[in-house]
Every structure is written in structure tokens, then in C-alpha cells.
Write a new protein. Structure first.
Length: 222
């Protein structure tokens, strides 16, 4: 089967989302690019992932032409491939409607960086788009533009998108973003949340991805 390992990993990532409380039933989208072939593996549109196997993950080229797929891919395929086109360092996208992060996205505010853990995974505050229906002409590109060199964007009144050099990183960011939104909400109960200055956020991100733990000299993500 073409790209079996990556298709299996896309499916496994989608199946793991409910266990982190990020989606329920058939919610969420996962997409990943194979860096060698530039082919893209994406969850199909509107199906319960628990009923799928690796071969049910759609394979397209970077221009969205179907290469191997029996189902229609995610309706937002143009958005996912735009991230890959614009960001050579990004090979994975996770989209969820996780509760706390989506609640933040309902406020219309960008999410500040408030903890070191958040700074380790996000090099800048999380931008937010206005509400965009999937048929809005801005839907396919505005989230990519607002993300710039960051690793997440909130879709106003909708949910969140996280990026990574691989699926594990995109998933870790989806979990971290949800936890950050919860922490922010708790902090608001106790007082006024303080944000980390941009230079501290950049330094923390750089340290975590280049010099911390097992990452030294192996992780090119910046
Ligand atoms: Zn959605």
C-alpha cells in the first residue's frame, strides 16, 4: 500500500484525539505530508475514524489531485495543503474543536503565552481569524497568513489548528494549546494572568527544540 506507515500514523493520531479530550465522535482532522514524495495523507470527510483502516486515509499530491483514495478527503484540504506549501518545515496538521481552546476562540482575542510549557511549543502568541465558513474565500489562506512562522492558529467561533514537523509534534501542540486555555481560564478566576515577554518566549522555544533533553542538535524545528 502506498505510504502505509504514514497513513497508519495519520489514522492513529486521529484515533488518539478523543483520549486527550480534544474531539468527540467523528470530529477533528489530521493531515501529514511525506517529505520525500511531497504526497499528503489526510483523514476522509465526515467518517467515524473508529471504523477506518490505514487504506481509508486519502492520499493526494500537494496540488490536491487524488493519488490513492476511495473516500473524499477533508473538505478543508486546500487549507491543509496551503500550510504545507507555505511552510517547508511543517509536515503535519491537526485540527480540533477542543473545548477550552475553542472557548478562547469564541472571544475573538489572540491567546497570549502564559506558561513555560506553552512557550516551549509555541514561539509566539496564538493568532485568531474572524469567523470563516469553509466556503468563505478567505478560509483557505487567511489562517496560513496569520500563523506566519508560528505553530498554531485559532479559527474564530470554530476551533484550533496546530502544526508540527511531524504528527507527534502537531498532536503535542494540540494538547498543549488546550491545556494552556484551561490554565488561562483558571488564572482568570484567581487573578489577572501575566504573559511572558516575546523575547522570553523565543528563547524558551529555541532552548526546548535545540538544546533540551534528547533534542540537542537533532531537531530542526524553529
Ligand atoms: Zn472544524
Amino acid at each position: 500500500m502506498l505510504l502505509y506507515e504514514l497513513r497508519k500514523k495519520v489514522l492513529d493520531t486521529a484515533l488518539s484525539l478523543p483520549s486527550y479530550g480534544l474531539v468527540w465522535l467523528a470530529g477533528g482532522t489530521v493531515s501529514a505530508r511525506d517529505p520525500e514524495t511531497n504526497l499528503v495523507c489526510t483523514t476522509p470527510s465526515g467518517l467515524d475514524y473508529r471504523t477506518l483502516s490505514a487504506e481509508d486515509i486519502c492520499v493526494t499530491d500537494i496540488d490536491e489531485k487524488i493519488v490513492d483514495s476511495k473516500y473524499r478527503p477533508s473538505v478543508a484540504l486546500t487549507l491543509w495543503t496551503n500550510f504545507f506549501r507555505k511552510r517547508p518545515d511543517v509536515n503535519a496538521v491537526v485540527h480540533t474543536h477542543s473545548h477550552a481552546a475553542t472557548a478562547f476562540a469564541v472571544t475573538g482575542q489572540e491567546m497570549p503565552i502564559i506558561t513555560e510549557t506553552q512557550a516551549n511549543w509555541f514561539n509566539r502568541p496564538i493568532p485568531i481569524t474572524p469567523y470563516l465558513s469553509v466556503e468563505d474565500p478567505r478560509f483557505d489562506m487567511l489562517p496560513v497568513e496569520l500563523t506566519a512562522d508560528g505553530f498554531a492558529v485559532m479559527l474564530g467561533q470554530h476551533g484550533v489548528i496546530t502544526l508540527g514537523s511531524n504528527l507527534d509534534h502537531a498532536l503535542e501542540r494540540a494538547v498543549t494549546l488546550e491545556e494552556a486555555a484551561k490554565t488561562y481560564a483558571y488564572a482568570k478566576i484567581f487573578g489577572t494572568p501575566r504573559t511572558l515577554p516575546p523575547e522570553v518566549v523565543r528563547r524558551s522555544f529555541d532552548y526546548y527544540h535545540n538544546r533540551y533533553g534528547q533534542n540537542a542538535d537533532t531537531e530542526g524545528e524553529k
